[in-house]
Design a protein around this ligand. Structure first.
Ligand code: ADP
Ligand code: MG
Length: 675
């Protein structure tokens, strides 16, 4: 008798050797086998005659073999076997490739069921490499599994069928109440039907149920992570010094900045760790919010850490924050990988003695050997360059500081709630007053000579220009490559100016060197890939040109556009595209129409679906077997609600009714980088 935990090798017909093959597919026991779903189905329910079907249809037909097989040797490794079949009225020519065994097994005048794509040309009908079944085969819908190595789909299907016969009813992990509320079929039905649907109408309900389960478990995991954090204790930042700090700022905070600051301070006044994402468009003033929080933490006698994704960004933040915080008597130190060992040791000891209030650096500062005396607040800038992994690393240090992640990537709110399910979210949805609008134009490459002249004029006034290309090198996609274009421009239109190349395949030190030269004004024109997306501040950069702009996501274009207009000079964004596609043009025009990143993200979501948002970030999320984040958004939302309802009644999932859910949740998250 099998149960869900039975090892795969004990299923009849498997054994030790085959078990290894199953293991390589991630299947270890009956349970994981039943959750190894078919990739698609072959519908062999309807058996037709040749006359009934149309050209190119994939069909099942019943025919008898009417000519012997003719072997046709083409070359080494390629032998064709041809013969004719008939359904009593029409004739079908069949070609079999290389399968001598099959060809020799066919018997003249016997009946077979053929499944494949039919080609109808004038009077001749033919099928290439059809599946050939005996006439007594069982009509039905057959699963096709993602096969691998020596384990083909048919073999997998047989083992699944044996397992299903041997286990009895599969216990449900959801209560009848939840199933009724969300119109879900029982788990037993869903599992049996996803593998062997009695009819094509049974597939969708089975899929829906299994997708629901998977997303529900994902949401439960996120919510549990969040409430788990709430069980850790964090330092209480008792007094709020925001008002004092506001007096030191050279400007008035916007309403949005004040609101978000308040939300964070309120979190920090509790003894559970804050775990918050601050989303704010480029230029919305996230740094001032960060500085305010740091100031309050330090004035309460604690230390803070600030992390940036690259060394130049860390250095830039150091300069900005020092200007803001030094006058308040806060001791700031920059620590990056390039600090010599001796100095590093000295910094570490001052940190441990509490002689440094704020440490700024790259991820290097969360490495194990850096210890703080009283760390209470960790702020990470430009979240999209840090994965979930780094977030987890901090928590592992045995301390539970309050954490804030700042992101300039506007993602639609609904998606944010799901993607960052373990975080609270604050949004700075307002720009400081007087911000200049960046003029955006969409042009095709026939404008190039005018564009070059426009760039030259700006450069000769002391301004700088970015030119972004979709690819590093020449490629099949036939989009502009940064390397070639940089060469072409350096020898051509921009001869005599300082032009540099920057791309992701360069060594980090080399990238930093080029970026610094640009920031210092030594490089006038920077031809690059999207590596410039990360927020280095270059006040005299006024032109952003994006080549083959249609190949970028709108949110990405928005990020790129945010690289200019950082100073007070009039700035421009030129989107170059030769695409003839109407939808591409529409997307690019959205950039001209809107300057608000959230608005653009919403449009992008509408025009392209959520795939892109998930694509960039999916890493770090547990692997999903059947749900597709991009297409199952509605279910994602519903399951979030359902997960809340379940946890409200049973916060630790300890009731017997929820034990199976808890088990599944742990399984899903054990392989993700979360744990
Ligand atoms: P981001 O959110 O992109 O990190 P920054 O924090 O770098 O934005 O702020 C962009 C610029 O706006 C900085 O020069 C900053 O001094 C300025 N700034 C921030 N807040 C305000 C405000 N409330 N009023 C005027 N200028 C502001
Ligand atoms: Mg910033």
């Amino acid at each position: 008798m099998l149960n869900l935990n039975s090892d795969i090798q004990f299923i009849k017909g498997v054994g030790e050797k085959r078990a290894k093959l199953f293991n390589s597919l991630g299947v270890f026991d009956v349970d994981s086998l039943l959750h190894f779903y078919p990739r698609k189905y072959e519908d062999k329910t309807d058996i037709k005659t040749i006359a009934q079907v149309q050209n190119s249809q994939v069909v099942c037909i019943r025919v008898a073999m009417i000519t012997p097989v003719k072997e046709n040797y083409i070359r080494k490794g390629m032998t064709l076997y041809k013969c004719r079949f008939s359904d009593g009225r029409d004739v079908l020519e069949v070609t079999i490739f290389n399968n001598k065994y099959l060809a020799e097994s066919l018997k003249l005048y016997n009946e077979y069921i053929l499944y494949g794509k039919i080609e109808k040309n004038f009077s001749v009908s033919s099928m290439s490499a059809p599946q050939i079944e005996p006439a007594d085969f069982k009509a039905g819908i057959y699963p096709v599994y993602p096969a691998k190595n020596k384990l083909n789909s048919r073999a997998i299907s047989k083992v699944v069928s044996t397992a299903l016969d041997g286990i009895g009813e599969i216990p449900d992990i959801l209560s009848g109440e939840i199933r009724r509320k969300y119109s879900l079929v029982p788990l037993d039905t869903a599992i049996r039907n996803i593998h062997f649907p009695p009819s094509s109408d049974d597939i969708a309900p089975a899929r829906n149920r299994l997708i629901f389960d998977e997303l529900l478990i994902l949401q439960l995991g996120f919510l549990k992570l969040k409430s788990g954090k709430k069980k850790e204790t964090a330092p209480i930042i008792k007094d709020d010094f925001t008002a004092d700090f506001k007096k030191l700022l050279p400007f008035d905070m916007t309403k949005a900045q004040s609101r978000v600051t308040e939300q964070c301070i309120a979190d920090m006044q509790k003894n559970v760790p804050m775990n918050r994402l601050i989303q704010g468009d480029v230029g919305s003033g996230k740094t001032a919010v960060a500085a305010t929080l740091i100031h309050t933490a330090v004035k309460n006698g604690y230390q803070a850490a600030f992390m940036a994704p690259t060394e130049i960004l860390a250095a830039q933040h150091f300069e900005t924050l020092e200007k803001m915080l030094a006058s308040a008597g806060i001791r700031i130190q920059l620590l990056t990988g390039s600090v010599p060992a001796k100095q590093k040791r000295e910094i570490k000891s001052r940190l441990l003695n509490g002689e440094i209030d704020l440490l700024i650096g790259t991820h290097a500062i969360i490495q194990n050997d850096v210890e703080f005396k009283k760390l209470a607040l960790v702020i990470t800038d430009e979240q999209h360059r840090f994965g979930v992994r780094q977030r987890a690393a901090l928590a592992l240090k045995g301390i539970s500081p309050h954490t804030v992640v700042m992101s300039a990537t506007p993602i639609p709110r609904t998606l944010g709630l799901i993607l960052y399910g373990d975080l609270d979210i604050s949004i700075i949805d307002e720009l400081p007053p007087g911000r200049q609008e960046i003029r955006t134009d969409v042009v095709n490459s026939s404008y190039n000579s005018r564009l070059y002249k426009f760039i030259l004029d700006a450069v000769d006034r002391g301004e700088q220009c970015y030119i972004v290309c979709p690819a590093v090198e020449e490629n099949e996609l036939d989009v502009k490559s940064a390397k070639q274009y940089a060469e072409e421009l350096a020898d051509g239109a921009f001869r005599g100016r300082n032009l540099a190349l920057l791309h992701g395949k360069m060594k980090p030190a080399e990238k930093e060197r080029v970026m610094k030269a640009f920031a210092d004004g030594d490089v006038q024109i920077l031809v690059s890939t999207t590596v410039v997306e990360v927020g280095v501040d270059v006040a005299s950069a006024t032109i952003m040109v994006v080549e083959d702009a249609e190949s970028f996501g709108l949110s990405q274009l928005h990020q790129l556009r945010g690289r200019v207009g950082r100073g007070d000079r009039k700035s421009y964004c030129v989107l170059v595209s030769d695409s003839k596609s109407e939808s591409a043009r529409k997307r690019l025009m959205t950039m001209k129409k809107y300057s608000d990143g959230f608005k653009i993200a919403d449009e992008d979501l509408k025009l392209r679906g959520p795939g892109d948002f998930f694509g960039q970030r999916q890493h770090g999320l547990p692997e999903l077997k059947i749900a597709d984040m991009a297409n199952d958004m509605d279910t994602l939302r519903i399951t979030q609600q359902c997960a809340r309802e379940i946890l409200e009644v049973d916060p630790d999932l300890t009731s017997p009714q929820n034990s199976a859910l808890a088990l599944r949740m742990n399984k899903m998250f054990e392989n993700a980088s979360y744990s």
